[in-house]
Design a protein around this ligand. Structure first.
Ligand code: OAD
Length: 256
């Protein structure tokens, strides 16, 4: 591990980003924290204080109590719609524009389900854990984007099948990740020469595995996170700062 100061790491990383052929980025809940969206491992607020998110985010929980699970997800969906992209989302959108403008490649792999990257202007977003903004029929799989107001009933009936319910189009614990997203992330991790891991605890697989894969295929890894993670030792640069502070500084320090 290097003992570079934050300023030195920022300068070195800014230079590497300006030259990279293909930048792959993995984001986690820490990137949305400054938009007021609670990280998954944070405590729950208000009405939901006594619930453990890990026990609500499972197919079994939904099968047992679809009313409670859908109500919780609808509460989170409305929170995401009410939130605004923050300086970290904006800086990543700017980094993508600058990379494409000099004919580089850019892939943004996210574990976040809030769509804030897209709202900030990011284009090549791979949603590993789906999106809470869309819901799908439990029988036909058809997707719909409910309006920005509470769903009319819990559990919500599916408009596509008389026996179906609507469920959030997110990946629950114990479910497969969308195959096309995994393939896209896998390809980017192997092909990139610079991998940025931002605001993720790097404990949930397969997402954390993409950092290892990129490193094993020769990419240099940078980590921006408030805390150390199990994969910090793979990083050429570690920046222990809020993503919304670090990223705009890094993009501003990039040579033109
Ligand atoms: P976590 O909540 O596990 O980790 C968030 C990380 O971001 C932690 O390491 C924090 O230290 C860091 N962090 C918090 N605020 C930050 C900030 N402002 N700037 C930078 N870093 C900050 O979230 P994820 O790693 O995204 O999966 O969790 C991954 C998956 O775990 C989620 O997608 C969800 C959950 O299980 C599913 O639902 C399948």
């Amino acid at each position: 591990m290097s003992h570079a100061t934050t300023d030195e790491s920022v300068r070195a990383l800014a230079g590497a980003l300006a030259r990279a052929r293909h930048i792959a980025v993995l984001t986690g809940a820490g990137v949305s924290a400054e938009s007021g969206i609670r990280t998954f491992r944070d405590t729950m607020e208000g009405l939901w204080k006594e619930f453990d998110p890990a026990t609500l985010a499972t197919p079994r929980a939904f099968a047992r109590d679809p009313g409670t699970v859908s109500r919780w997800y609808d509460h989170r969906r409305l929170g995401c719609l009410a939130a605004e992209p923050n300086a970290a989302h904006n800086a990543l959108a700017e980094l993508e524009r600058r990379t494409l403008a000099r004919a580089g490649r850019f892939t943004l792999i996210t574990q976040n389900v809030d769509r804030l990257h897209q709202r900030a202007g990011s284009r090549s977003v791979v949603e590993l854990h789906g999106s809470i903004i869309e819901w799908r029929c439990t029988i036909t799989g058809r997707r719909t984007t409910p309006p920005a107001k509470p769903l009319p009933a819990f559990p919500p009936p599916s408009p596509f099948h008389p026996e179906g319910l609507l469920r959030p189009d997110v990946v629950w614990f114990g479910e497969m990740l969308p195959e096309s997203a995994v393939e896209a992330a896998d390809e980017a991790a192997r092909a990139c020469d610079l991998f940025l891991s931002i605001g993720t605890s790097s404990v949930v697989y397969p997402a954390a595995g993409f950092i290892e894969l990129a490193h094993a295929h020769g990419a240099r890894v940078a980590e921006i996170n408030l805390d150390a993670t199990p994969l910090s030792s793979r990083a050429a640069w570690t920046i222990r700062e809020k993503a919304g502070v670090a990223l705009p500084g890094i993009v501003a320090a990039m040579p033109a």
